[in-house]
Design a protein around this ligand. Structure first.
Ligand code: DC
Length: 225
């Protein structure tokens, strides 16, 4: 059986995870947040005190890392060597750690199979940075989701404030710009729009409108498939 795959890529805070998750729910597809995999590798390295600016040190950890994702009550959980680290990966310091480890080619290679395997076995909405370009180059639908940096930072800031994380808007904006720069300038699988992706800008849209925009693109593309 051929499953349908929807690849959603874009920069930090474009609303990928929230909008893509809801879009997957409405379509009845599995949602896969691939950033969680890089974050789990980041958690391992931070715990072990690995120098994240040393790609060799990061790559050297890989044989001690087993990352798995599975659905618990329909929600994606990520496991690091059998331990559920779904909450820890969301700590702000893990964002930068994930961005650093994701630039290491060996890390990307190690996580590729897990992602492709999910798409081979499910109708999936998968989000990340290189889904439409590298992980699923033959995805049925490709969307590049973005929004103006200040708007993305404001959304991220509100999200963190709601969780009680102490930070400032400027800190969030700087962090976001730094991560976007790293993610789009690395040599291996940098963040970029696939040639055959639809561009979706959510700067002026609220959550519901963003979800509808994505679902609309998917429905439109599926009709012509
Ligand atoms: O989507 P996120 O913020 O949870 O991703 C965390 C980091 O992981 C991000 O800064 C870059 C990296 N990443 C990646 O390189 N490729 C992906 N497909 C997903 C995430």
């Amino acid at each position: 059986m051929k499953f349908i795959s929807v690849a959603i890529d874009g920069p930090v805070g474009a609303g990928k995870s929230t909008a893509a998750r809801e879009c997957a729910r409405r379509l009845g597809f599995v949602y896969c947040d691939t950033g969680a995999l890089y974050r789990a590798v980041g958690v391992f390295c931070v715990r072990e005190g690995v120098d994240l600016s040393e790609p060799k040190q990061v790559a050297g950890c890989l044989d001690r890392i087993k990352v798995e994702i599975s659905l618990v009550d329909g929600i994606q959980h990520v496991f690091l060597n059998g331990e559920d680290v779904s909450e820890e990966i969301r700590l702000p310091q893990m964002s930068m750690a994930a961005s650093a480890v994701s630039a290491v080619p060996e890390v990307r290679k190690a996580l590729l199979g897990i992602q492709r395997d999910i798409a081979e076995k499910n109708n999936v909405v998968m989000d990340g940075r290189d889904i439409g370009t590298v992980v699923l180059p033959n995805a049925d639908v490709k969307i590049f989701l973005t929004a103006k940096p200040e708007i993305r930072a404001k959304r991220r800031y509100d999200e963190l404030a709601k969780k009680g994380v102490e930070t400032t808007f400027d800190e969030v904006l700087n962090d976001l710009n730094e991560r976007d720069y790293n993610d789009s300038h690395r040599a291996e699988a940098p963040l970029k729009m696939a040639e055959d992706a639809a561009l979706a800008d959510t700067s002026e849209l609220d959550f519901e409108q963003s979800v509808e925009l994505i679902c609309g693109i998917v429905r439109e593309r599926r009709d012509v498939l």
